[in-house]
Design a protein around this ligand. Sequence first.
Ligand code: HOZ
Length: 424
Amino acid sequence: MTRSEELFEKACRVIPGGVNSPVRAFGSVGETPRFIASADGSHMTDADGKKYLDFISSWGPMILGHNHPAVREAVIRACEKGLSYGAETECEVEMAELICSSVRNIELVRMVNSGTEAVMSAIRTARGYTGRDKIVKFMGCYHGHSDALLVQAGSGVMTAGIPDSAGVPAGCTKDTLSAVYNDLASVEALFSQFPEEIAAVIVEPVAANMGVVPPAPGFLEGLRSLCTKYGAVLIFDEVITGFRLGFEGAQGYFGVDADLVTYGKIIGAGMPVGAYGGKREIMSKVAPVGPVYQAGTLSGNPVAMQAGIAQLTILKNHPEIYAELNEKADWFYGELARVTGKLAQGYHMNHIASLGCLYFTKEAVVDYASAKTSDTKAFADWFKYMLGKGFYFGPSQFEAMFLSAAHTKEELQAVVRAAEEYFA
Ligand code: HOZ
C-alpha cells in the first residue's frame, strides 16, 4: 500500500469522500488521490516521494510556479507580524491600489476569501444596484458553490453528472436563467422575455470549468452590447482568467469592458483570497457606503495580502512573463494538437494563452453540450498513463491544464514525447 493510499483510507473515515473538495477525489479517473507533501517550481512531490510535473498550479494561482522565493519571503515577513487582526492594514490599501491603477474598469475593489464569495457578493451588488432579481449564467460555467449558481454548473458538478445540487431550495435558483455559452441568440431570447428583470449576466470570459472553451469572436462583445441595451450588469468571472491571460485578464486580452469583475486565488498567490471590483457607481452600493451588505473577518488578511502583492508586483513589472508563458503554451498545446491531430478522429485540443484541454471527441467543443460528448473513459485512461509517467493533470475531463512560468520547454518536450508514445 502506498502512503497516499493509506492516507486516503484514513481520510475517508473522517472527511466526506476523503477530500475537502470533490474534484480531488479522483473518482472519475478511477485512481487514488495523491497526497501532496511539497511543491516547488513546476513540480509537486507526493507523500510517497514521487515527483510530478504539475499542470494544476493549484487551479491557477501558481502562475510563477510553486514556492516562488519572493512570495515565500513576503509570507514569512508578514507572519512575523501576526496572522490576523480583524482591522484595516496598509497592505490592503496597497493591494487595492495595485489593482485599481492597472486593471481597466476597476475603480473600487473589495477583498474576500475565495472566488465563491467574490461571485456571490458581485451578484448581490448587481441586484442591489439594478433593483432587479434575475441573473443569467451559462451552462457549463462554474462560479463557485453558492446556492444561486449551482445550476447546470461545470467543474466537479459536471464531472459528477449532478445537474443541480441537492440542498439548494428551489427558491434560491428561481431567478437563475441559463443560456448557452457562445450562443448570443440564447441570451437575447432571455432579455426579450425579461427585458426589465435581469440584474446581471455572469460569464467566465474563457469557460475553464467544462475543459477550456474560448469565447467565439463577437460573443463577449455581444454580451456587452446586450447588457448595455437592457441596463444589466456584465460580470466577468475572472477567477481563472484574471492576471493569467495577461495582467488585465480577459478584459485586456479581448478588449471588452465588464462592469464588475470577480477574482479568486491568484490575488493571494494561492492563499485563500478572492476579490470583486468594478465601476465606482456600482461598487458604491456596497456597505458601509451603500445598502448591499457584505463582510468578513478574514477579508484582506495581511499574510494573504502580502503574498498576493508580491506575486502581482512581479507580474505587473514584468509583462514579458506573459509573453513568454503564452508563447510557450502556444507551442506546447500546438504540439499536443499535432500529436493527437494525426488521428484526427477522436481528439480535440482547445487552448487559449496558458490554459488548455484535450477532449476525447470528434466534435469541436464550443459549449456545454459539445463538451459533454467527450469520452470520459478515454480521458481517464490517458490521465492514468500520464500520471504514471509523472505528469499530473486535473483529474477530470472538465478541468483545465494550467501552465506556469516555471515549466521549462524541456519538461514540456517530455510530455509531448509521452503523448507521442501514448497515441502511437
Ligand atoms: N474547477 C475548480 C476550480 N475552478 C476546481 C477546484 C475545486 O473545486 O476544488
